[in-house]
Design a protein around this ligand. Structure first.
Ligand code: DQA
Length: 162
């Protein structure tokens, strides 16, 4: 008999448009680590921290919305929305609707780049925000998601860990 994965111990790692090209796309901004390698590192860290990581990448806004909806009831989401961060109200609303901690990641320091990248419409509804740490930011974001999830549980249990 196969056991069902525990949704409350599952994190979605979701990468948006053009991030499938990591490794070769603009290495000065994004480095040379591939998406496959990023997914492996985050999955391995999840294993160490006791969570299953489900990895997805999409270039389509609607598919990303669907993926975020699918993470309802999960421990949280590590999300690099790519350029959608700068203008997608649909992604913003999806993050708000699912009521799970979503930590937004940008590999590059968007504030050191073009002005249009300084705005994130998704960040105000995110549980945290990491930018400019390179692909290491994904590992920081996973830790932050789990911290936020533990805080939610403390609130719903009426307990507070030290
Ligand atoms: C990015 C920053 C965005 O401005 C850009 O459109 C991306 C990648 C980052 O990870 O630094 O696609 O999200």
């Amino acid at each position: 008999m196969t056991s069902m994965p525990d949704r409350s111990r599952t994190v979605l790692l979701l990468n948006g448009p053009n991030l499938n090209l990591l490794g070769t796309r603009d290495p000065a901004q994004y480095g040379t680590t591939t998406l496959e390698e990023v997914e492996r590192r985050v999955t391995d860290l999840g294993g160490e921290l006791g969570v299953r990581v489900v990895c997805a990448q999409s270039n389509s806004e609607g598919e990303m919305v669907d993926r975020i909806h699918g993470a309802r009831g999960w421990a949280g989401v590590v999300l690099n929305p790519g350029a959608y961060a700068h203008y997608s109200i649909a992604l913003r609303d999806a993050i708000e609707a699912v009521e799970v901690p979503v930590v937004e990641v940008h590999i590059s320091n968007v504030y050191a780049r073009e002005r249009f990248r300084h705005t994130s419409v998704t960040a105000p509804v995110a549980a945290g925000y990491v930018a400019g740490c390179g692909v290491f930011g994904y590992e920081l974001a996973l830790r932050a998601v789990l911290r936020r999830d533990a805080e939610r549980e403390e609130v719903s249990d009426g307990t507070r860990a030290g």
